[in-house]
Design a protein around this ligand. Structure first.
Ligand SMILES: Cc1cc2nc3c(=O)[nH]c(=O)nc-3n(C[C@H](O)[C@H](O)[C@H](O)COP(=O)(O)O)c2cc1C
Length: 193
């Protein structure tokens, strides 16, 4: 891989992953920092990637801890690894939150299927669910998909740094790319792995 091809190649993989259910980069670890300065990580589905603006999109419940963490500290990292190609992508930047009533959330909500909409109609993520009523609770989740709308939120990550790491038997390669707020590449260089 040539240094000048890394940007297009990495973003093509991310864009493809949004349309490919089993792609490795379909599931990224989204990492934020909580109110006590502790790192927090969780798996999220990559819903959209745009190489022109260097933006990644994720969907979540606005009642979740991650939403609160990111509203207090917008610095996040998304981390992905593809076992098949042995490529790691570490994408760092600022996250924007778009909740109920925002144009971004309205557009995203209009595109998600009913069964996904229903996942937002249950109780607040992370709240205790008594073990003996877990199954009952599941069946009580509203089948009215519209009820979840107020809980649905979109996280837009504006990537400012891409750390690209290719594991190779004899010669690991690593590159660091930076972008400005319009998604224009401002630097790209090989760095020591
Ligand atoms: C394969 C997989 C995909 C997931 N996708 C999402 C997702 O797209 N959005 C989301 O909010 N949570 C998703 N989750 C759940 C999160 O990993 C996490 O457990 C949950 O959102 C609570 O995170 P928080 O307590 O840090 O807010 C997914 C979990 C798995 C196992």
């Amino acid at each position: 891989m040539k240094l000048e091809d890394i940007n297009a190649s990495a973003w093509a993989k991310l864009e493809t992953a949004t349309r490919t259910p089993n792609a490795s980069f379909r599931f990224l670890n989204l990492c934020s920092v909580d109110g006590e300065g502790r790192p927090q990580a969780r798996t999220v589905v990559l819903r959209r990637a745009d190489r022109l603006t260097c933006v990644l999109e994720f969907h979540t419940d606005v009642r979740s801890p991650k939403w609160l963490e990111i509203s207090a500290n917008s610095q996040v990292t998304a981390l992905g690894y593809c076992g098949e190609t042995r490529l790691q992508l570490r994408l760092q930047g600022m996250a924007e939150l778009h909740g109920f009533g925002s144009p971004v959330a309205i557009t995203a909500w209009s595109k998600i299927p009913a069964h996904t909409r229903r996942t937002y109609a249950g109780g607040p993520p992370g709240n205790e669910q008594p073990a003996d009523t877990a199954d009952e609770q599941a069946s009580l989740i509203s089948t009215d998909e519209a009820e979840g709308k107020v809980h649905f939120g979109v996280i837009i990550l504006r990537v400012s740094v891409l750390d690209w790491y290719q594991l190779q038997r004899e010669n690991n390669r690593r590159a660091r790319l930076t972008y400005n707020d319009k998604g224009i590449t401002t630097s790209h260089r090989w760095i020591n792995p």
